[in-house]
Ligand binder design. Structure first.
Ligand code: IDP
Ligand code: MG
Length: 137
């Protein structure tokens, strides 16, 4: 099933100059960017995006980190894009991420783990609309 997912190349991966490598992995996996922008999120934008995590102990650190430098936000489209991207990303903790995944290659820590990817249909719809309201039908 052709679907869409939201991905973010996080500040640590942008700083390491891994944008090109990460987008190449999306393209090789058949999940193609249909929208893309680079910007530095404000703290309140990061808080809104991660509102689902607001009760978690790492929420304040996570949202400060996400606002600490430029990110690349992408909508990816392809067959089973949500799961394809989650498989490409690897486990949240880069130390536990399978070899060959983006987080194994570029993640620095459980927080600075290189990429975000929507985890389900509903979250993908919310996240795409959050950054690209013009795309939501
Ligand atoms: P996911 O990104 O693999 O879906 P989530 O559990 O949704 O993982 O967590 C969202 C983000 O919060 C993670 O990607 C990571 O940056 C950060 N995070 C998750 N767990 C921890 C933690 O235990 N300590 C610090 N940051 C965390
Ligand atoms: Mg998540």
């Amino acid at each position: 099933m052709k679907e869409r997912t939201l991905a973010i190349i996080k500040p640590d991966a942008v700083k390491k100059h891994a944008i090109g490598d990460i987008i190449r992995r999306y393209e090789e996996a058949g999940i193609h960017p249909i929208a893309l922008k680079m910007s530095t999120l404000s703290k309140s934008t990061a808080e809104g995006f991660y509102a689902v995590h607001k009760e978690r102990p790492f929420y304040n650190d996570l949202t400060s980190y996400m606002a600490s430098g430029p990110v690349v936000v992408l909508v990816l489209e392809g067959e089973n894009a949500i799961k394809t991207n989650r498989d490409l990303m690897g486990a949240t903790d880069p130390k536990k991420a399978e070899a060959g995944t983006i987080r194994a290659a570029h993640g620095a820590s459980i927080e600075e783990n290189a990429v975000h990817g929507s985890d389900a249909t509903e979250t993908a719809q919310f996240e795409i609309g959050f950054f690209f309201p013009e795309l939501n039908s």
